[in-house]
Design a protein around this ligand. Structure first.
Ligand SMILES: *[C@@H]1O[C@H](CO)[C@@H](O)[C@H](O)[C@H]1NC(C)=O
Ligand SMILES: *[C@@H]1O[C@H](CO)[C@@H](O)[C@H](O)[C@H]1NC(C)=O
Ligand SMILES: *[C@@H]1O[C@H](CO)[C@@H](O)[C@H](O)[C@H]1NC(C)=O
Ligand SMILES: *[C@@H]1O[C@H](CO)[C@@H](O)[C@H](O)[C@H]1NC(C)=O
Ligand SMILES: *[C@@H]1O[C@H](CO)[C@@H](O)[C@H](O)[C@H]1NC(C)=O
Ligand SMILES: *[C@@H]1O[C@H](CO)[C@@H](O)[C@H](O)[C@H]1NC(C)=O
Ligand SMILES: *[C@@H]1O[C@H](CO)[C@@H](O)[C@H](O)[C@H]1NC(C)=O
Length: 647
């Protein structure tokens, strides 16, 4: 079978060659060049050299109503190509589901708008995308499939990823440049060479993509010999990310197979970095750091002077709305904020920045005068004066446990994607000692004895708190464990493949006080997928009490001249310690006093001008008295404050 195929192919290519070289061929015959291809040095679009001046922007992190605005601004900075990750977990939240009822998932629509705005696109479908996203874009339920191991040659994994990639391709195939669409290329996996070197896996992925797309494929890896070895795939163009001055030479040094070589593309040139929570972690910004900007200019010049290609990661970051952020695991959780501002040229709220105009001026040197459109003006933002919120319900007002067992189980065993688990145990003998919620509970534990908070144990610290408790027989011990975002990347202590992407959350092993193992647990799933009904008896706020939902409402004006649109704002909870905010049932994300994020981007698309807008806050550590406030701030303030739970 195999030999037959080879013979047929050989026959075909011989006849093709003989046709091509026949001297009798009419000289007026029009030869159509491939829509997009490359030779050893140059990308070729319809036969003409094409330098990719790209930027990364992921549709699922931007309110879909703003896609056109952000894409127009990308074009107006001089970009000609948009690179986009696709988040599998949002498209397929449950196995077999395809969540196209959510307009955020309409990637085809986004690509169509990109084309209308004069941009090409490069598709980065994963299935793993890293991206500082929940489990690197994997749906959590993959972790509940018996025998399934992600990012390797594994039948169960390949089964599910094939379904995902094929469904996605059904929507995106017509948007390839070969079909008159904007799509130039498709990435195979993502920085796989940092994780492993199983070429059976990546070759299988390649073949699935080849069956579904006609445009070229490429890989994108870090620039060590071992990452390029691990991540490169036979017959697929190898590209790099990071710094081009060392990355480009590394590509050409370590990749020697001509079938993997081609024009140089820095597929992720970092225009800064994501923010993670921590009282000592400043917001990432180029404001006040001119040397950072000089470095960008120097690197981009290094790429574009010899007509190589680049994609700025990020051009526009957007927002990890809801609980969709990821984390880095380094034996502690380095957790990314709800904001994915990234210090990028277009800020989280889609406004042009000084960096935007600096890069626009730079790009102008490489494209014809007058070819870059003017960027739309930044629109003003809304200021909402203090909104009073009153207690509405208690988080611990619970019915019956989701599961009861001798030993605690992790979140995935409760078929739970996001949120919290409340683990409840009745103490059977007097105990005093350090309370250890297993081996590094994931991620943040608040402990209560008889309904009063006794402290927090937090895996975001290298050295979590040592919480000493004293309990008596008959006491109720409650451990509220918050999933702060599944790990998207494991940072190993040494320079090696980091084949570890542990999705588990909650309590992973036995809970102890001193030397005593606590057995007998009631576990309550708190997935945060809906808001509670207001309690009949509203909670009275007392010191050290469990989490409380607060409710408030407010009115806003519509934008002059429009019926339905409202301006954007940033929601702050000035007296809040840690919690979650919803506006009109849309979960914005998390706040945490430690910062650097001190307010949450509220797109005007969520607001209802001229109607009652509802705001709900879940405060994990209610220290307010009977009421609290939220505000809409028109200017963003970043900052850090000490963690009241880490002495
Ligand atoms: C690649 O194509 C470009 C543009 O047509 C051409 O200038 C260059 O010589 C080609 N390079 C090779 C190695 O064929
Ligand atoms: C790759 O596939 C070949 C052929 O099926 C097999 O012999 C080999 O063990 C596989 N290697 C890995 C790393 O899975
Ligand atoms: C483009 O415009 C700039 C400033 O207006 C001018 O200095 C430059 O010569 C122009 N370049 C070309 C190629 O026309
Ligand atoms: C907890 O105790 C361990 C062992 O004594 C110690 O290494 C660690 O620093 C302590 N953690 C804190 C936050 O004090
Ligand atoms: C993390 O823990 C593992 C297993 O206990 C250990 O081998 C590794 O060295 C630790 N890494 C760091 C960065 O501490
Ligand atoms: C938890 O403790 C029980 C009872 O001692 C024991 O059977 C079980 O193996 C322990 N589990 C773990 C993960 O250590
Ligand atoms: C409410 O709390 C604030 C600070 O937490 C305090 O200053 C104020 O006195 C309290 N008000 C009442 C009525 O308890």
């Amino acid at each position: 079978m195999y030999i037959c195929l080879v013979l047929i192919l050989a026959a075909l290519s011989t006849s093709e060659k003989s046709v091509a070289s026949t001297p009798t061929r009419s000289s007026t015959e029009i030869v159509t060049p491939p829509a997009f291809t490359y030779n050893a040095t140059t990308f070729l679009l319809h036969g003409e050299p094409y330098i990719i001046i790209g930027g990364q922007m992921d549709p699922q992190r931007i309110p879909y109503q703003y896609w056109r605005d952000r894409l127009a601004k990308a074009r107006a900075m001089g970009l000609n190509t948009i690179f986009s990750y696709v988040y599998w977990n949002l498209l397929e939240p449950d196995p077999g589901m395809w969540a196209m009822d959510n307009p955020q998932n309409d990637i085809a629509k986004y690509f169509t708008i990109a084309q209308e705005e004069g941009l090409h696109v490069v598709l980065r479908p994963g299935p793993y995308i890293c991206g500082e996203r929940e489990w690197g874009g994997f749906p959590y339920w993959l972790s509940t499939v018996p025998g399934l191991i992600v990012r390797t040659y594994n039948d169960a994994y390949l089964h599910y990823l094939k379904i995902y990639l094929e469904k996605l391709a059904t929507e995106l195939r017509p948007l390839q440049v070969t079909e008159g669409g904007p799509m130039l290329m498709v990435q195979v996996e993502n920085e796989y060479g940092s994780y492993g070197s199983n070429h059976n896996y990546t070759s299988t992925l390649r073949d699935i993509l080849l069956q579904n797309y006609d445009v070229p494929l490429y890989t994108n890896d870090g620039t060590n010999d071992w990452t390029l070895y691990g991540g490169s795939v036979p017959d697929v163009l190898t590209e790099i990310d990071g710094g081009p001055t060392y990355g480009f030479p590394a590509r050409d040094k370590y990749i020697t197979d001509p079938a993997q070589l081609g024009p140089l593309l820095d597929g992720e040139y970092y225009t800064l970095a994501p923010d993670n929570w921590g009282e000592n972690v400043a917001h990432q910004t180029t404001d006040g750091y001119p040397s950072l900007v000089e470095g960008f200019i120097s690197d981009i010049t290094f790429v574009l002077n010899p007509s190589n290609s680049i994609s700025l990661y990020m051009f526009h970051g957007g927002t990890n709305f809801g609980l969709s952020n990821g984390a880095i695991w380094q034996n502690y959780s380095k957790v990314f904020t709800t904001s994915y501002d990234y210090g990028a040229p277009l800020d989280e709220s889609g406004r042009t920045t000084d960096l935007y105009f600096t890069l626009r001026n730079l790009i102008q040197k490489y494209v014809p005068n007058g070819s870059i459109p003017e960027p739309p003006a930044n629109i003003p933002r809304l200021s909402i004066p203090d909104i009073e919120l009153t207690p509405m319900a208690s988080l611990f007002d619970l019915d019956k446990p989701t599961m009861s067992k001798a030993t605690p189980v992790p979140m995935e065993d409760l078929d739970q994607a996001y949120g919290f688990i409340l683990y409840e145990h009745k103490i059977t003998k007097d105990l005093e000692g350090i309370l250890l919620p297993g081996d590094r509970a994931r991620d943040r534990v608040i402990a209560y004895v008889n309904g009063k908070k006794v402290g927090a144990i937090d895996s975001t610290y290298i050295y979590p708190q040592n919480l000493t408790v004293s309990v008596k027989s008959g006491d109720k011990l409650q451990l509220l464990v918050e999933n702060l975002g599944r790990v998207d990347y494991y940072s190993p202590p040494s320079n090696t493949y980091n084949a570890l992407l542990d999705p588990h959350k909650g309590i992973l092993s036995n809970v102890t006080i001193g030397q005593s193992i606590l057995l007998g647990w009631d576990m309550y799933s708190l997935p945060m997928d809906e808001l509670p009904a207001p309690a009949r008896v509203v909670p009275t706020i007392t010191d050290l009490m469990p989490p409380v939902y607060y409710y408030g409402d407010f009115l806003i004006d519509q934008i002059a001249g429009t019926d339905t649109r409202a301006l954007d704002t940033f929601i702050a909870v000035p007296n809040g310690v840690k919690g979650i905010v919803w506006v009109n049932d849309f979960m914005l994300g998390r706040y945490w006093i430690v910062g650097p994020q001190q307010s949450m981007y509220l797109p005007g698309t969520v607001l209802k001008p001229g109607a009652v807008n509802k705001i709900v806050i879940l405060e994990l550590e209610p220290t307010f008295n009977s009421t609290t406030i939220a505000q809409g701030q028109s200017e963003r303030v970043w900052g850090n404050f000490p963690d009241p739970d880490y002495p």
